[in-house]
Each structure stands twice: as structure tokens, then as C-alpha cells.
Design a protein around this ligand. Sequence first.
Ligand code: KIV
Length: 257
Amino acid sequence: MKKKILELIDKKNKSKIVSLTAYSKNIATILDNFCDVILVGDSLGSVLYNYKSTREVRLDAMIEHSKSVRMGVKKSLMVVDMPHNTYRNPKEALNNAKKIMSETKSDAVKLEGGKKILQIIKMLVKNKIPVMGHLGLLPQTDKTFKFKGKKISERNKILKDAQLLQSAGVFSIVLECVETSLAKLVTKKINIPTIGIGASNNCDGQILVFDDLIGLNSIDFRFVKKYSNIRKEMKKAVSSYARDVRSKKFPLKKHSY
Ligand code: KIV
């Protein structure tokens, strides 16, 4: 296994894992100073392209954004989401994962699901492609966006899936919108790190969509803490620019050739 991945696993029970999404180079350059993991998430479908769901995200788009992100990531572990319908069987998954890894030079791929995709994950791991799992709310396939872990059957399934993913060789699992005590149980029962989003502080690490964290997205989610109001700052900058252009204060001589 790659050194960076072993170092990430080693953080379990020692120090919390910090993770964020990035879709482009400039943002990745900033995050790289602070994050252990940078994910090129298929959330870019809704965040950047206004798609109704991540199901519409295509492989080519993931690859182009990942190439950009790769230019900004020097230290963190870079993970790329495999989009919907790119891993329907082991052969398709292997071809597409190989394409992602070779064209983007990313360190790993992330796939959503448990028992259903076990053979697919095993195929990737057998071919030395590091895989991050994703359980709980699964935006690529779930019909409703509700938190997971209310029903006993759902709790048992998520715990079992986490154990199966671990035995299939994933190096870490994202837990999305998972009830607090279930996130705690899963995290305790497996030896690889869990990374939570809306899954309490019981996980080994946290991930957020960067645009949510800085307040660029105007939608509010319960599980997001906004660390800045970047929209306000951006509006201020653009309105100053517009005012300067209209009043002929920009450009000045020093901005001209
Ligand atoms: O697509 C994404 O950004 C994700 C995170 C929310 C974990 O999968």
C-alpha cells in the first residue's frame, strides 16, 4: 500500500482526519496546506453544474476537474469519486478506475455502496487501485435524502456493509448522514478510519463540501458549519469593481501599457 494511505490508516485512534472537496487547482492549492484528504467529489454536479442529482455527472467531467485539482495537490491524499453508472460490474469498474488513475494521477477512487458492490471493490483492490468506501446516505442511488440509522434493519446493514468493505480491502469509509450512535459503533467495530459528513464527531475524521464551508453555496444544511461568508466578500469586491469602471477609476495608468 502507498505510504500516504498507510499514514492515513495510522491516524485512527490517534488524530482526527481533515478532509474537504476541491474541483479546481486554485482551491486545491489552498486546501493542500491543511487537509489530509482532498476529494474530487461528484457533488460538483450540483455545486457547479446545477444538476438535480449526482447521477448526471459524467466520467469525462470528473477527469477534467481532477486533472485541475492534481496540479494543486502536493501533500494530501487525493481521492476521486467514480460517478454513477461507471462501476456497474467489475470489468466496467476496472476499466474506468484505471482511466481515472492514469489520466488524473490521483491516489485513490471512491465508490458508493456496500455488499452490492463488493465484487467490484475486490476487483479494483486486486488490481492495486486503492478504494475509499462510502456508506449511509448514498446520493448516487438513494431516492430520498434522509439520515440513516433510525431503523434496526438499516443500522445492522450499515454495520455489516462497513465490515464487508473493510474485508474487501478499502482503506477508509465515508459515512454520510449517519445517526450519531451508529457512526460511533461502526467507527469502533472497524480498523480503518471512518470519515463523517453529517455523521457526528464519533468518526475518525470529517469531510465537508468546500463551497458549503466558505458559504459560497446559498443552501443551508444542518450538518454544515459555515466558516466564512464568502458571498458577502465577493459581492463587495464585484460592486467596488463595477463602481470603479463606471466612474472611470479603473483602470488607472499603472494598470495600462
Ligand atoms: O461528492 C462528494 O462531495 C462527497 C462528499 C460529500 C463525501 O461524496
